[in-house]
Design a protein around this ligand. Structure first.
Ligand SMILES: Nc1nc2c(ncn2[C@@H]2O[C@H](COP(=O)(O)OP(=O)(O)OP(=O)(O)O)[C@@H](O)[C@H]2O)c(=O)[nH]1
Ligand SMILES: [Mg+2]
Length: 426
């Protein structure tokens, strides 16, 4: 059965100067004939009057025709750049439905691009990440993935595995030749180096996933040291209640900021102390849990009143009161602003260090990590087993695991999960 012809608003919702409606599917030419009086020259912007079935004018629009298979989806496709008011968008959408189109589901254009071999699963995920990117650093990472850098890495590994498997099978088929012991030695050496390379890539401190998802920085310390004051200053708004009463903050409070080009959720927590008050005790429990799960912990203390605790950065606050800043701590005064520039620079650097990847593009999803971990486990087994037939089976399983990352094999069950995260129109 031929696929439906789908359409969607590809530009943002709401009023705008221009709105882009895109469509894809075998009925695209029919829709263009009905609305625009025919198919304009391919891949060139043409000004056309769009009309409904009664011949009433709906808008004057730029029409772009992208014949398959060279389009984004691999199908016949088109874009209508119409005036961006809700009435125009609604009227043109109605006319497309009348001409045989139906509204697209989330991610349906990119799903078709994948199914038609225009991109692999890693590249499709890169498209989604680029659309969702909030910062330049995230966009850069997404673009590398969309452009196929991560795919090339995986394809290279898959290619080497295929080669190993071919040699392994030759060993099984010609057991009596003279070659075997030499070939087997080489085979094992190659398996070992491939295993090491994939394991090295997994050992990346989750940089790519952290950049994609954003980081969590927890602000902890004893009561009344100025944690909430610091949070408000870093967030640039009044997120948390500040007061001279120790034990003011109970719930963990969050604010989204950008540090070093990375989205960071700052978490202000209850002051840590022994307490009889069950509500405050719950706050302390939550504070400890949030600090434990955070990517980075800022421990605040008051200059001159050193308290030790686990931290990635110790901040000695209230230097305006004259207390000494202990070794290894960063002295600041949230009230006067002294030292705050240094503190921001330190936080920027920490966020960058936690997410920056040198060399090959990093993994960006738990899905990739799980599949590669499985591939390494199969390679380990292949290296251990003595029987060539069994080794071949483990190599095949390792290849399957790798193939699932790019979508080369067995990912039908993943489609809905992956493409549902896309926005409609992508
Ligand atoms: N002198 C001085 N006072 C400060 C400074 N920063 C905060 N304070 C004051 O210290 C008191 C406590 O500030 P908070 O920000 O509420 O402290 P906290 O650590 O969040 O306290 P809890 O929520 O109770 O744990 C308030 O009266 C603030 O005005 C500073 O740099 N210098
Ligand atoms: Mg507080």
């Amino acid at each position: 059965m031929a696929p439906d012809t789908i359409f969607a608003l590809a530009s943002g919702a709401g009023r705008g100067a221009i709105a882009v409606l895109r469509m894809s599917g075998p009925g695209t030419q029919t829709v263009l004939a009905a609305l625009a009086g025919g198919v304009p020259p391919a891949r060139r912007a043409s000004l056309r009057t769009l009309r409904d079935t009664n011949g009433d004018a709906l808008d004057r629009a730029l029409v772009l025709w992208f014949p398959g298979p060279g389009s984004y989806t691999g199908e016949d496709a088109a874009e209508l750049h119409v005036h961006g008011g809700p009435a125009v968008i609604a009227a043109v959408s109605d006319a497309i439905v009348t001409a045989g189109g139906r509204p697209a589901e989330a991610g349906e254009f990119t799903r078709r691009a994948f199914l038609n071999g225009r991109m692999d699963l890693l590249e499709a995920e890169g498209v989604n990440d680029l659309v969702s990117a909030e910062t330049r650093a995230q966009a850069r990472q997404a673009l590398r993935q969309m452009d196929g850098e991560l795919s090339a890495l995986h394809q290279g590994w898959a290619e080497r595995l295929r080669n190993l498997l071919a040699h392994q099978e030759a060993l099984i088929d010609f057991p009596d030749e003279d070659l075997p012991s030499q070939v087997e030695g080489m085979l094992l050496a190659h398996m070992l180096s491939l295993r090491a390379e994939i394991a090295e890539h997994l050992n990346d401190n989750r940089r790519g996933e952290r950049l994609r998802e954003g980081l969590v920085f927890a602000i902890t310390g004893t009561p009344n040291v100025g944690k909430s004051s610091l949070m408000n200053t870093l967030a640039g708004r009044d997120v948390a209640i500040v007061s001279a009463t120790p034990g003011t903050t109970r719930d963990a409070l969050e604010a989204r900021v950008v540090l070093g080009g990375v989205p960071v959720t700052l978490v202000d927590t209850a002051g840590l102390r022994e307490t009889e008050d069950p509500i405050e005790a719950e706050g302390v429990r939550r504070a400890l849990a949030r600090a434990e799960a955070a990517d980075f912990r800022v421990l605040v203390e008051v200059a001159g009143e050193t308290i030790s605790g686990a931290a990635d950065l110790v901040v000695a606050n209230k230097t305006d009161l004259g207390g000494a800043v202990p070794d290894g701590a960063l002295g600041v005064s949230v009230t006067t602003g002294a030292g705050m520039e240094d503190l921001r620079a330190r936080l920027d650097a920490a966020a960058r260090a936690l997410t920056q990847a040198e060399g090959p593009p990093p993994l960006t999803r738990a899905r990739h990590r799980a599949a590669l971990t499985e591939a390494v486990a199969h390679l380990d087994r292949a290296l251990e087993v003595a029987l060539p037939e069994l080794r071949g089976e483990d190599l095949r399983l390792a290849m399957r695991a790798l193939g699932r990352v790019t979508g080369a094999v067995g990912v039908e069950d993943l489609f809905d999960v992956i493409f549902r995260q896309f926005c409609i129109g992508k």
